[in-house]
Write a protein that binds this ligand. Structure first.
Ligand code: FAD
Ligand code: MLT
Ligand code: ZN
Length: 506
């Protein structure tokens, strides 16, 4: 039976959850260079004359050098990585980014670009003393064409702020993720972020119409056209989408914003086994067709981690698996009928055991909170080994029980959840604290298995600092060589986000 949604109290707003989790434990992570035994590359070291130069172009307040001020910029969101930077720069416009990079390139000073610092692979924080170039003050919206839906803005705009802005004008951002209260659109572009509605609105290689970026030598590359079609030679913007700040720093983006849906519905269902999730997905695609906007899954341990650790209420009973089905459409009656028909059919077939549907914004938010908070729920009780892989759907959940068995009672939680519609599962292994012993049980095992299945070892979070040595499990030698050649061409001194993405040897 479909239950009405119970009233839920005491919920924190999404972005507040991120903050709460982030500061839950004050313990400092070990230095990345020690933890992962990395050698500093032969870059220049920062002198007081360099700091004076930065102050001359940015002014005093936008050059941070105090240890306490700099500390948060050295630590990543999951508290796995810690760099040793002593300088954070906060440019306010493209010309300043260009001047900083030109200077750093001449002096061979390494630079780590940082957006909202919500990245999950350690790409956004330095490893040694790289200068942090933080984009938070580049947060201006330049224009919005409400007919075409083209938005042009600076890289440091927070995704949620952009979404609020375009919503007031009848549009939405084409991506949505649990980190939207902190992540920047420049960070999203640089990671080619996926998120909760990629199934419907596609990935950023499609939605980003144009990019302005700065190369290592300070050259500004203007590919900021807001056109849907532009076949004038090489599609250079794509070099910056997903390259995680290793080929250039994104300073502005032009994004194609879809129309704000008039009718939104969300279902949250209990399902008996993973096989039934796949059947349900197939049925949802055919029954809901063009209005299907998200199809997400989470296993019991995922949802239970948010209930236990973050005290979020689960509106339905305990089930082995949960599914979120969302629709975005233009006609309330039509969409409601479609969803009801789908529900009745699948409750009768037994694919859906129990659940709830709602179109009330606050109730939908409550359900989404439950799903989006899984990312941080383990951090409250320990250290989280995070995996983000693409696997053919028939094998989507296979690795979770295998890993559960492998780590046994050394783990507090082993859970699987993710974007079924994209073939992308996240596997979190939460342990009381980081241990090399557990790390070596999990890695490279998980990557080997994904490779055997022809999957990707990083579906949406990127390679960052954590995965360059595993990239070969998903990228052929010849492709890796081309990546190296491109890096050499665009950043010959290797100053842009070193120790990230590219492996030392091909
Ligand atoms: P940062 O973390 O600051 O940086 C990410 C990478 O991009 C780093 O390598 C950094 O050096 C580089 N970078 C940042 N800004 C620039 C720039 N302007 N120019 C060049 N390089 C730059 N990711 C998903 O794909 N899908 C999800 O559903 C998702 N959900 C998440 C939920 C939570 C709760 C959290 C904490 C993270 C989630 N993420 C998700 C990961 C993360 O939010 C995304 O990767 C996001 O796009 C990062 O944006 P950011 O501004 O925080 O970038
Ligand atoms: C998600 O889908 O929730 C994010 O990608 C973050 C995570 O992997 O936990
Ligand atoms: Zn995800």
């Amino acid at each position: 039976m479909i239950k009405p949604l119970v009233t839920l109290v005491g919920l924190l707003h999404k972005s507040k959850i991120s903050e709460q989790v982030r500061y839950a434990s004050q313990a400092l992570p070990q230095l990345s260079s020690e933890k992962y035994n990395i050698k500093r590359k032969d870059f220049g070291t920062i002198k007081s004359s360099d700091v004076s130069y930065f102050k001359s172009i940015l002014n005093e307040g936008r050059v941070l050098t105090d240890e306490n001020d700099v500390m948060p910029y050295n630590i990543d969101w999951i508290k796995n990585c810690r760099g040793q930077s002593t300088v954070v720069l906060k440019p306010q416009n493209t010309a300043e980014v260009s001047a900083i990079l030109k200077y750093c390139n001449e002096k061979r000073l390494a630079v780590c670009p940082q957006g909202g610092n919500t990245g999950l692979v350690g790409g956004s924080v330095p490893v040694f003393d790289e200068i942090v170039l933080n984009f938070s003050l580049m947060n201006k919206i330049e224009s919005l064409d409400d007919v075409s839906g083209a938005l042009i803005c600076e890289a440091g705009c927070i995704l949620e702020n952009l979404d609020n802005y375009v919503r007031e004008r009848g549009l939405i951002m084409p991506l949505d993720l649990g980190a939207k209260g902190s992540c920047h659109i420049g960070g999203n572009a640089s990671t080619n972020a996926g998120g909760l509605r990629l199934l419907r609105y596609g990935n950023l290689h499609g939605s980003i119409l144009g990019i302005e970026a700065v190369k290592a030598d300070g050259t500004v590359i203007d590919c900021l056209k807001a056109l849907k079609k532009d076949n004038t030679g090489y599609h250079l913007k794509h070099l910056f989408i997903g390259s995680e700040g290793t080929l250039g720093f994104v300073t502005k983006v032009a994004v194609s914003c879809p129309v704000l849906p008039k009718a939104v519905n969300l279902g949250f269902f209990g399902v008996e086994n993973f096989e039934n999730i796949l059947k349900l997905y197939k049925s949802a695609k055919s029954s809901l067709g063009e209005i299907l906007s998200a199809f997400e899954m989470a296993d019991f341990d995922s949802i239970n981690s948010t209930v236990q650790n973050l005290k979020l209420p689960n509106p339905i009973a305990d089930y082995p698996f949960y599914v979120l089905v969302e629709t975005h459409g233009s006609d309330d009656v039509h969409d409601g009928e479609k969803l009801s028909r789908f529900l009745s059919k699948e409750m009768e077939s037994g694919l859906i055991v129990d659940g709830t549907v709602t179109s009330e914004p606050s109730k939908m938010q409550t359900i989404w909170n439950l799903r989006e908070s899984i990312a941080g729920a383990g951090l409250v009780v320990g250290y989280v080994f995070k995996y983000d892989v693409s696997i053919p759907l028939k094998n989507y959940y296979d690795l979770v029980p295998i890993l559960r068995k492998k780590v046994g009672d050394k783990a507090l939680i082993v859970c699987g959840y993710g974007h079924v519609g994209d073939g992308n599962i996240h596997i979190n292994v939460t342990v009381p604290k980081y241990s090399q012993e557990i790390a070596s049980v999990l890695e490279p095992y998980i990557f080997e298995e994904v490779s055997k299945l022809n999957g990707s070892i990083s579906a949406e979070h990127g390679i960052g600092f954590r995965k360059p040595k595993y990239i070969h499990y998903s990228k052929d030698k010849s492709a890796l060589q081309l990546m190296k050649d491109l890096k050499q061409l665009m950043d010959p001194n290797g100053i842009l986000n070193p120790y990230k993405v590219l492996p030392d040897t091909v």
